[in-house]
Design a protein around this ligand. Structure first.
Ligand code: PLP
Length: 372
C-alpha cells in the first residue's frame, strides 16, 4: 500500500528534537520510571522485579487486560487487544475496509484516522465543525446529513485533537443513534479520554454504550506516558478483534514485556497520573487566556472544556505556516500550523500539557513585541 506522508508527524520530525521550545505538543510531560515505581503497590513491584523478557500474549497479558477492563462498565478482558495506537488504527482500517467503502470521519483530524482508509481506497466524507469565533462545535445534524445507506464506518475522536471539543451526553447519544439506525461501525479514538477540564463534562468510552463501537485509548496523552507506546482496542465485536489479532502477527506480534507491567501500574493508579495532567492543562489554559486578551490584535481563542490542545486563530495576512517557520527560526518556538491538519492556513495548535508553557509564552511575547 502506498500512503501519503503524515504531515503533522513530518513537521514534528523536523523540529521536535532541535527546537528549544515546544508549544504545540498534544501529550503532557512524560513521567519518570522512578515515579511509576513509586506509585506501585508491593505486588506490582514484585511483578516488575520478577519480569522475564520472553514473548508476551499477543492480545496483551491477562493482568494488563484485567486492569484495562476495570476502566469500563461492560468490557471484559477478552474484549480487549493491546498494541501501539498507530498499529491499532492501521490494522483496524485494513480489516474493516475495502476499496470503494464509504467512511465518515471528523476533520480536522489526526491524519492516520482517515489516511489509512483513503489509501485502502475508501471514499472519505469529512464531518467539519461549526466555528464561532474559534469555539468549535461538531453538530450531530451535520453528521446525519453525511451518513448514507452505503456508510460502513464513522470515525470520531473525543476529546478532540486539535480543537479540544467534547460532545455533551445528549449529542453523544445522538451520534450513537445515527450509527445504530443504519448499523454502522463506530471507531472512537479516545486517546484523550478523561482529560476533562470539569468533571461534569466527562463522557463514557463509546464501546460501553454501543455494541458496534470500537474504542481506542492509550498511555500517551491522558497518562503522560507517550514513550511507553501502548494503547488498546476495546469492543464487544469479537469477530473484529479476531481479525485484528490475526493481522497483528504480521506486525509487532506481541507487546514489550516491560511496558505491559508499567502500563498496568499506571492504570491501577490512574488518578496519580491523569489528575496532575489535568491541573497543569487547566492552569496553562488560564494563563493562555490572559495572553490572548493581551494580544487580541493577533490571537482569537474561544476556550475549550476538554483535551490538552486547542485550535487558535492567527489574525494575520500571512499564512500560519509562514508565521510558524518565522517563530521557530527566530526564537526557537515550534508551533504547529493548521496546514499540517489540512485545515486552512489561519490557525495554530496550542498544547497546554507542558510545565514550561508560561516560559514559552514569555519568549513568544518578545517575538510579538519585536514584530509589531
Ligand atoms: C487523536 C490521536 N490518536 C492517536 C494518536 C497516536 O497516539 P500515540 O502517540 O500513542 O501513538 C494521537 C497522537 O497524537 C492522537 O492525537
Amino acid at each position: 500500500m502506498k500512503i501519503k506522508p503524515f504531515k503533522l508527524e513530518r513537521y514534528f520530525a523536523k523540529y521536535e528534537f532541535n527546537a528549544k521550545y515546544l508549544i504545540s505538543s498534544s501529550d503532557c510531560d512524560g513521567y519518570s520510571l522512578e515515579y511509576i515505581l513509586f506509585c506501585a503497590s508491593k505486588e506490582e513491584l514484585n511483578l516488575w522485579n520478577n519480569l522475564k523478557f520472553g514473548y508476551t500474549d499477543s492480545a496483551g497479558s491477562e493482568f494488563l487486560r484485567e486492569s484495562i477492563s476495570n476502566q469500563h462498565l461492560t468490557i471484559n478482558p477478552e474484549d480487549i487487544l493491546v498494541m501501539s495506537p498507530g498499529e491499532a488504527n492501521y490494522i483496524l482500517m485494513n480489516v474493516l475496509l475495502e476499496r470503494g467503502d464509504e467512511v465518515v470521519c471528523m476533520a480536522p483530524a489526526y491524519q492516520s484516522l482517515y489516511q489509512v482508509a483513503e489509501s485502502i481506497g475508501a471514499k472519505i466524507k469529512f464531518w467539519l465543525p461549526e466555528d464561532t469565533n474559534s469555539t468549535f462545535y461538531y453538530n450531530p445534524d451535520k453528521l446525519n446529513e453525511l451518513v448514507s445507506d452505503k456508510t460502513k464506518l464513522i470515525i470520531v475522536n473525543f476529546p478532540h485533537n486539535p480543537t479540544g471539543f467534547i460532545p455533551t451526553m445528549t449529542d453523544l447519544n445522538k451520534i450513537v443513534e445515527i450509527a445504530a439506525r443504519k448499523n454502522i461501525i463506530l471507531f472512537s479514538d479516545e486517546m484523550y479520554h478523561q482529560i476533562i477540564h470539569e468533571p461534569k463534562d466527562e463522557i463514557p468510552a463509546i464501546c460501553d454504550i454501543y455494541e458496534n463501537a470500537i474504542s481506542l485509548w492509550g498511555m500517551a496523552k491522558s497518562f503522560g506516558l507517550a514513550g511507553m507506546r501502548f494503547g488498546w482496542l476495546a469492543t464487544k465485536r469479537t469477530d473484529i478483534l479476531n481479525d485484528v489479532l490475526a493481522f497483528k502477527d504480521y506486525l509487532s506480534i506481541c507487546n514489550n514485556a516491560a511496558g505491559e507491567v508499567l502500563t498496568c501500574i499506571a492504570l491501577n493508579h490512574k488518578d496519580k497520573f491523569i489528575q496532575p495532567n489535568i491541573q497543569k492543562i487547566i492552569s496553562n489554559k488560564d494563563i493562555f487566556k490572559s495572553f490572548v486578551a493581551e494580544n487580541s490584535e493577533l490571537l482569537e481563542f474561544g476556550d475549550t472544556n476538554a483535551c490538552s490542545t486547542a485550535l487558535v486563530k492567527l489574525k494575520i495576512k500571512e499564512s500560519a505556516y509562514t508565521y510558524c517557520e518565522k517563530l521557530v527560526s527566530s526564537c526557537g518556538i515550534m508551533m504547529i500550523p493548521s496546514e499540517m491538519f489540512d485545515y486552512g492556513n489561519s490557525h495554530v495548535r496550542i498544547g497546554f500539557g507542558r510545565e514550561n508553557f508560561p516560559e514559552i509564552l514569555n519568549v513568544w511575547k518578545s517575538f510579538i513585541m519585536q514584530t509589531r
